[in-house]
Design a protein around this ligand. Sequence first.
Ligand code: IPE
Ligand code: IPE
Ligand code: MG
Length: 251
Amino acid sequence: MSAGQRAGQANPGHVAIIMDGNGRWAQMRGLPRQEGHRRGLEALRGAVRNAGELGVKILTLYSFSTENWRRPATEVSFLLGLLKRFVEKDLGQLHAAGVRVRVIGGRDDLAADIRRLVEHAETVTRDNTRMTLVVAFNYGSRDEIVRAARQLATDAAAGRIDAAAIDEAMLASRLDTADLPDPELVIRTSGETRISNFLLWQAAYAEFVFTPVLWPDFDRAAFEEALAEYGRRERRFGGLSEPVDRAAGAA
Ligand code: IPE
Ligand code: IPE
Ligand code: MG
């Protein structure tokens, strides 16, 4: 534990980030929004590197939501192009660094070239163990839960499972994140304090850190500050804090 993290929370193993504020970053400088997204991609690369160096084993990045399709077609295609080029250009380097890439989000309605790229990135890196980079793309938590529910209903109707046996673990096993532990920390940049359909199920007990820093400016210091803030939190999971527990036990 680093100095300054007095309150007992070790660094989180899984950090999820809502990377927000690219547009405002550009607007403040009189630049087109696209420039903000370009700089946002640089920040994404930095975040992966910093996460690895700071001992974060799983980093989940919200890159494109199911609602982001509502943006103007020019912005949507720019964002898709940027992400495609990122995977094409950086995959080799990520693989060499021992990063396993996972992509969460709906796949069925994606363009064939993007789907192939996603599958390729996952296949190439699937045995890497140094760190896991989870890219949330065409991701929406409600869509994810609906897809899981549909699978369970189909299996129940076909007699493969007993509907009465559906529990939290079984539903979780049908989510895109089935093989991943829940995030301990969710960070959102740009000062917005909402969840925007991100990891609704998985973040049930996550700590949230909201920072005013715009995503392109989210550097090592900002990452460390968010981890330090997490370190100062007390997580109770519905129970009582430890000294109270002990007092109750002694009574
Ligand atoms: C985050 O930046 C990137 C995506 C949502 C894809 P925004 O594009 O949302 O930036 P703002 O919120 O308009 O500043
Ligand atoms: C959330 O940011 C989605 C991503 C960061 C990919 P948005 O900018 O789309 O969220 P809202 O519209 O402000 O809630
Ligand atoms: Mg935004």
